[in-house]
Design a protein around this ligand. Structure first.
Ligand code: ATP
Ligand code: MG
Length: 264
């Protein structure tokens, strides 16, 4: 379990997080919502260790991150998969190379191992069929076509899936998604929501999703956390969110409710 205790973070004079405390239960999907610029991505970067808090602590399975040695932190980061805001794939690299870049940097050179990881995770995100359901030659053909494509040759939804597949490489226990549906049309957004929800169960991982998309909240969240002005404004289930009487919560729901959203 990840425990965030009284975390503060400023950039120069700009105080972004002002004392955030929360815990991320295992095996569930926690969704973080909040207005643009309120510190959601900063919070995610603090959790995964891309940024350091000015004050407060982050504890993972009972171990304080700030007290870990370099090698412990390195090991810990390998337990995290991160789907960056806006996919962030390398345009000059093929799909396969984008996926294995992290493993390669960690010293993995066995081409069979690398290919296995690419195959397994492209199947996991639904970009390739389950190899048990098609003939080997059809599967290999589909693999070769996709693995050798460059990100620019893919649709927005496919790029998101590749970004998710890359985060899954190395079998992380935690997957962090930063705005996985932003910029996608409603149908593709829903497919990505379905994927996020399915992966939490199928791979038995803990997921943390940042989103503006209120439809995603109802689709994937076990717990919703709303950040506002550097503090946690709301924590509860999606149903509790919907019935909240907090005017700030209300305003957010009104503003970000997509017209296509069928709120339960
Ligand atoms: N590395 C950085 N250096 C300086 N300021 C930063 C840095 N990272 C974030 N900020 C500032 O911190 C504030 C919060 O940024 P953050 O990216 O967390 O917002 P967000 O809630 O993710 O917004 P959005 O919904 O638009 O992605 C912003 O004002 C941003 O400019
Ligand atoms: Mg952000």
């Amino acid at each position: 379990m990840i425990v965030i205790d009284n975390v503060h973070k400023a950039f120069g004079p700009k105080q972004v997080l002002r004392g955030v405390s929360m815990l991320i239960p295992e095996g569930e999907t926690t969704v973080i919502i909040g207005r643009s610029g309120t510190g959601k991505s900063v919070l995610l970067k603090l959790i995964v260790g891309l940024l350091e808090p000015d004050e407060g602590t982050i504890t993972i399975d009972g171990r304080r991150v700030d007290l870990m040695s370099e090698s412990e932190r390195y090991q810990m980061r390998r337990r995290f998969g991160y789907v960056f805001q806006g996919a962030a794939l390398f345009d000059s690299m093929t799909v396969a190379d984008n996926l294995v870049l992290g493993l390669y940097e960690h010293g993995e050179r066995n081409t069979e191992v690398l290919r296995e990881e690419v195959v397994r995770n492209l199947v996991n995100v639904g970009l390739l069929p389950d190899p048990r359901t098609v003939s080997a030659s059809v599967f290999n053909q589909a693999y070769e076509i996709l693995a050798n494509k460059k990100p620019a040759e893919l649709s927005g939804g496919m790029r998101k899936r590749v970004g998710v597949a890359r985060a899954l490489v190395g079998s992380p226990e935690y997957i962090f998604y930063d705005e996985p549906t932003t910029g996608l049309d409603p149908i593709t957004s829903e497919q990505i929501d379905d994927l996020v929800a399915a992966l939490t169960h199928k791979l038995d991982v803990t997921s943390v999703v940042i989103t503006h998309d209120i439809f995603s909240v109802y689709k994937v969240a076990h717990t919703v956390i709303m950040l506002d002005e550097g503090l946690i404004r709301f924590r509860g289930t999606p149903l509790e969110l919907r019935s909240s009487h907090d005017p700030v919560v209300h305003e957010f729901l009104e503003r970000y409710a997509h017209s296509h959203a069928e709120v339960p």
